[in-house]
Every structure is written in structure tokens, then in C-alpha cells.
Design a protein around this ligand. Structure first.
Ligand SMILES: Nc1ncnc2c1ncn2[C@@H]1O[C@H](COP(=O)(O)OP(=O)(O)O)[C@@H](O)[C@H]1O
Ligand SMILES: [Mg+2]
Length: 397
């Protein structure tokens, strides 16, 4: 059918035509934002889920909800290479400058800018063009100790006070939060703790892979009281059917019921895959309703595309030894497996494969669903590994 009218949108962070099954979570976020803005207590949100379940899409929606409530918002994405201050400084500067340009002068907002200036100076962050853009004297003695934990807490407090003075609130939204180091996560948690104790209108909304829960817990034991960790998972059968059916209906077309069921089964309800299958099925179908025979072709096309992009980019980032480790994991079949069993497949001792496993967790390839267990952070990655390396022999020790 006409590719110009194809409603599906496979791709990282692309808003889906139908945001299925997330109403409850968005309502929870809306209430949290409203309460914090009114100076009431509410736990911050950390969305937890595998790759391709729709975390970034949800963060974008929460960003919009915050803006609609008049929040000053920043949204940043953590990476393996950039430090937390490098991420936050340009974004927080923008928020403060926006608060500063509202009609009358606010001493609290000016103070916020000076504290940000101190924070930058003390951590010697190289954001040169930003430094030029922040033509203000530092606030000596605040946020300039050079210790991230102390300084970030002081910076967030100054930011919260500035927002309060402007009768608004600030939302700091951080995607891929599992990439923060333990020290950075610790500082972030501490800063949120301070701000919430003083009931300042500043909130953190994060999203990341399941390893973020352990990272937060190790960084600060009281993290579990500060945050809620809503799980973002595959869609239920009903929601997955709606995610396919409704966008097509809006274009005046339809799926045959058995075609819908087939796609939901093959994709296991994972949002990214639903978009990819829907997209291919639409383009391949000659007419509506899209029937089950089309799904077989769509599957071949979708898998080919995923193998070249979604799966491939992750695979290409691995060293040969890491590839062996995850190939051994894939060899054991879908789901989680004991670290000991993976080591067995590799023909090594568990202890000697432990650093390899930790490295893969840091890279965001695998996680530990329960102590001693290991699973992929990308759904259906085991099948991809078997397709990519069909014949595999244990590496020689
Ligand atoms: N609730 C949903 N219903 C249908 N499709 C969705 C939903 N949430 C996300 N998607 C689609 O899934 C894909 C991945 O979304 P993304 O937010 O990038 O996932 P993540 O950040 O968890 O890796 C995108 O193509 C998006 O359009
Ligand atoms: Mg994402």
C-alpha cells in the first residue's frame, strides 16, 4: 500500500502513531509533576526497561506534560563518554536564563546563575562556548569545592530556589541513566535528596536499562525511598493489537484478525518490533485488509532490517571475547541463564569470566535479572546471535 501513508514509525525515540498501554504511567507522571510544582512531596520516577520498549518516547511525553504545567525543563541523554557535569551544565544554564528573562529581576535566579558559574569553575568542565555565554561572577564558597556530591547538591538547591521564586518548577530529565558512573549517580541521588527534604520544586525523571536499579542502590542505600521504578515492558496482547490496528484504521485500512495475532506473537508485544512489523506489512500489502500471508513476507523484511540496524549496532561495539561471551549466552536459549552455565559453555571458570560479564553490563548489553543470572537487555538478541554466528565453537583457552 502507499508508503507515503504508512503510519508506523520504527526508530529510536520516534513517537508511535498510537502510544498504546501507557496511560496509567503517564497519569502517574502528571500527578507527580503537579504535586512537586505545588511544593508537595512525591518520589521521582525512574523508568526501567529493555531496549526498544518505549522509554525515550515516554520521557518525551513527560517532557511535554511538564512544559504544559509551566515547568522549566531540560532533557539530556547520558553516554559512556560524557561526564554528568558536561551534560547538565549547558542544559541548566538554559533553564536559568529562561527563568532570568521573565519580566522583573529575581535575586534568587541571579544567585542560581552565579552558583552555576561556581560549579563550572570548580569542576573545570570544558564547555568553552557556554562559559563565554555565562558572563557573570561566580558565587564564591557555593558549589565550588570540587567535590561533585557537595557541589551538585548546592547547585540543585539554588536552582530549586530560583524556580520557587518564579512560582514555577524545574524538571531534569535524564535518558540512558545507566551510563552514569557510581560517583555521578551518587551525587545525583544526594542532590535530589536535599532538594526533596527542603521541598523545593525540582524533580528528576530518569530512564534506563534494568542495571540502573542496582547502580542507584549501590550508590546510595536510601535511593529506593527517593525513587519509584516503574517497569516499562512489552505490551499486553490487547494493547499490542491496538498499537497495530488503530493507526491503520485511521488511514482507512485494516489488518485481518489472524494477521494481527501472528504479528503480536512474533514480536512478543515489544513496541519497537511492533512498529517494524507494522511498517513492513503495510508496504508489502497490495490491498486492505492486510492478511496473514503478508505477515510472512513482512517478517523476513523486518528481521533483515533489524539485523542490519537495531541488533547490528550493538554487536559491532563488542570485542571478540565479548562476542564469544554473548554467543555462549545465546547458545543456552531465550531467557536468563546462570553465569556458571555461560562460563561452562565458554569452557572457563566463572571467576575468570566475571570481568567480561561486568564489562558487558556496563556497556548495556546484558543485565542481571536476579543474583547470578544473566540476560540480554535487547529482546530477541539471542536469536540474532544465532543468525549472525550460526556455527560456533568454544574459543580455545
Ligand atoms: N506504547 C507504544 N506503542 C507502540 N509503539 C511504541 C510504544 N512506545 C514506543 N513505541 C515505538 O517503539 C520504538 C522504540 O521506542 P523508544 O522510546 O526508542 O524505546 P527505548 O527508549 O525504550 O529503547 C519506537 O519506534 C516507538 O515508536
Ligand atoms: Mg531510548
Amino acid at each position: 500500500m502507499d508508503p507515503l501513508k504508512n503510519p508506523f514509525s520504527p526508530g529510536a525515540g520516534n513517537p508511535p502513531p498510537e502510544l498504546a498501554g501507557r496511560d496509567e504511567l503517564l497519569e502517574q507522571a502528571r500527578i507527580m509533576l503537579g504535586r512537586i510544582k505545588n511544593g508537595r512531596y512525591e518520589q521521582s520516577l525512574m523508568l526501567v526497561g529493555l531496549r526498544g520498549v518505549g522509554k525515550t518516547v515516554l520521557l518525551n511525553r513527560i517532557h511535554e506534560l511538564a512544559e504544559a504545567q509551566g515547568y522549566g525543563t531540560v532533557m539530556v541523554e547520558a553516554t559512556e563518554s560524557r561526564s554528568l557535569p558536561e551534560l547538565l551544565i549547558p542544559a541548566l544554564r538554559q533553564v536559568l536564563i529562561k527563568l532570568d528573562t521573565l519580566e522583573n529581576v529575581s535575586s534568587k535566579v541571579k544567585l542560581g546563575l552565579r552558583v552555576l558559574r561556581s560549579f563550572m569553575g570548580a569542576l573545570k568542565v570544558k564547555v568553552s562556548e557556554v562559559e563565554l555565554g555565562l558572563d557573570i561572577d561566580p558565587q564564591k564558597g557555593t558549589a565550588d569545592s570540587g567535590d561533585l556530591e557537595t557541589d551538585l547538591a548546592e547547585l540543585f538547591a539554588a536552582l530549586g530556589e530560583a524556580a520557587q521564586d518564579r512560582k514555577t518548577a524545574v524538571a531534569i530529565i535524564v535518558d540512558e541513566i545507566q551510563y552514569l558512573s557510581e560517583a555521578e549517580m551518587s551525587a545525583l541521588i544526594m542532590a535530589i535528596h536535599r532538594v526533596s527534604q527542603r521541598q523545593l520544586p525540582l524533580v528528576l525523571v530518569g530512564a534506563g536499562l534494568p542495571q540502573l536499579v542496582g547502580l542507584a542502590g549501590r550508590s546510595k542505600s536510601y535511593a529506593e525511598r527517593l525513587f519509584q521504578y516503574p517497569e516499562v515492558g512489552p505490551l499486553s496482547k490487547t494493547d499490542a493489537m491496538a498499537a497495530l490496528r488503530d493507526p491503520v484504521k485511521k488511514e482507512g485500512a485494516a489488518f485481518a484478525e489472524d494477521a494481527l495475532k501472528e504479528i503480536v506473537g512474533l514480536t512478543q508485544g515489544y513496541p519497537y518490533f511492533l512498529q517494524e512489523w507494522g511498517y513492513q506489512a503495510w508496504n508489502l500489502a497490495k490491498k486492505s485488509p492486510i492478511d496473514k500471508s503478508i505477515v510472512a513476507h513482512a517478517t523476513a523484511a523486518a528481521i533483515k532490517k533489524l539485523d542490519q540496524s537495531f541488533f547490528r549496532v550493538r554487536f559491532d561495539r563488542l570485542t571478540p571475547r565479548e562476542k564469544d561471551y554473548i554467543r555462549a549466552l545465546a547458545d543456552l536459549g531465550p531467557g536468563a541463564h546462570r553465569s556458571g552455565d555461560i562460563a561452562d559453555r565458554l569452557g572457563v571458570k566463572v571467576q575468570s569470566s566475571a570481568p567480561l560479564r561486568s564489562g558487558l553490563i556496563r556497556k548495556g548489553m546484558i543485565y542481571s535479572p536476579a543474583h547470578g543470572d544473566t540476560a540480554f537487555t535487547v529482546p530477541l538478541f539471542d536469536a540474532f546471535m544465532l543468525r549472525t554466528i550460526p556455527i560456533w565453537k568454544k574459543p580455545k583457552p
